[in-house]
Ligand binder design. Structure first.
Ligand SMILES: CNc1ncnc2c1ncn2[C@@H]1O[C@H](COP(=O)(O)O)[C@@H](O)[C@H]1O
Length: 364
């Protein structure tokens, strides 16, 4: 039997981790956003966008949902609004996850159409996706030059935004995923469709057709689920379950009967400790988080960051927090990672690779 050391930050950093719930634009560090702003201001001193450090000053992590969604439209989307900035930010996010010991990443992003001041389209949704995919392709090529244990696999999930998308634009997101699912050399790149966006807005029932279309084309489905009390209405949750999801994100305000259904189906759960605590999406603090409930159930639970650019807690720290507040030892953390691997969308070869990495981590 291998005797494992007590959990330390070094242990959680080197643990081969998976990250399944990370929004691209919310994962960009404020330092990276600031660099983009500096470059833009040097090219155009008249730029009418504030330094991102105004809305995201160093050390600030207490973004309640009432202000959180505004930061995207007021700052981040005005900075990442050209192909160079989108590519630079994507590469920066990929490097950050890899440097934190993430060995398998499913990044998600909402196809975004970008306009100039006169309303003309400067970047189409398709070009936005192609730019992100191109950054992923370049990142993948670099992986073959590094040690196998340090490599990070990356896949993309396309998001439908419940507050901004219509039934028709949601279908367009799924069509883009089908069209660009494989990138160069026929490599699989887009693995699923997500439903995200401000949970206090929108009617989720209008997206049924889009998710059925995704299923029919073998795309996996993950849904933001019961993030707020208003989006925890049983009718909404039953509608979401009728989309036949493979995984659910957040699962906070879930009535008991629906909890049982989730456990019976063995759905993968993407839980975000720091996000939920700092955004005050749960009552109380870390020790009150519903991770404590789901960890005891049979579901594949994965610890995720959601928007590390806002909440500043990388995946390694989420594992450290789980250990600290729920008394998990090193072997529990490895078991938690192994359980989550079963719910990845990247296929059997990726699952086998990760189980192998985790086995070797325990032995080493
Ligand atoms: C509390 N957590 C959350 N709940 C719901 N939706 C969220 C989210 N965090 C991020 N997003 C969604 O992801 C977009 C940013 O990334 P992309 O532009 O797609 O790369 C946000 O505009 C929001 O729609």
């Amino acid at each position: 039997m291998t005797i494992l050391p007590p959990v330390s930050e070094a242990f959680t950093k080197h643990l081969p981790k998976i990250e399944l719930h990370a929004h691209l634009s919310g994962s960009i560090t404020r330092e990276c956003l600031h660099e983009i702003w500096v470059r833009k201001i040097s090219q155009n001193p008249q730029l009418a966008v504030d330094d991102p450090c105004v809305l995201m000053p160093p050390g600030k992590v207490d973004y309640g949902l009432n202000i959180f969604f505004d930061v995207f439209s007021k700052s981040i989307y005005h900075l990442c609004n050209d192909l160079d900035s989108i590519s630079y930010a994507t590469t920066s996010v990929l490097n950050d996850f890899q440097n934190d010991g993430v060995r398998y990443l499913e990044l998600r992003t909402t196809p975004r159409e970008i306009h100039d001041d006169r309303g003309n389209i400067t970047v189409s949704k398709e070009y936005y996706i192609l730019t992100v995919l191109d950054a992923i392709d370049t990142f993948r090529k670099r992986q073959s030059q590094i040690d196998e244990v340090d490599r990070m696999s990356v896949y993309l999930i396309l998001s439908i935004d419940r507050a901004r998308d219509t039934s028709a634009s949601a279908m367009e997101v799924v069509d883009l995923a089908i069209k660009h699912r494989n990138i160069k050399n026929n490599q699989l790149a887009i693995v699923g469709i997500d439903l995200c966006g401000n949970p206090t807005k929108g009617d989720v029932s209008i997206f049924g057709r889009a998710f059925a279309h995704a299923k029919a084309h073998d795309l996996k489905i993950t849904l933001h689920f019961a993030e707020t009390a208003s989006s925890g209405d049983p009718k909404e949750l039953e509608t979401l379950l009728s989309f036949d999801p493979d995984r659910l994100g957040h699962v906070i305000h879930v009535p008991d009967g629906i909890k049982e259904k989730i456990a019976d189906k063995g759905l993968g759960l993407e839980l975000c400790l720091s996000c939920n605590v700092h955004a005050k999406m749960i009552d109380g603090s870390f020790e009150d988080h519903h991770f404590g409930y789901w960890w005891m159930k049979n579901c594949p639970v994965t610890l995720c960051t959601d928007d590390v650019g806002f909440f500043c807690s990388p995946v390694s720290n989420e594992y450290y927090l789980a250990s600290k507040h729920f008394g998990l030892g090193c072997s529990d953390l490895v078991a938690l990672c192994k359980r989550g691997v079963g719910s990845i969308f990247g296929g059997e070869h990726e699952k086998n690779r990760l189980w192998h990495l985790l086995e070797n981590y325990i032995k080493g």
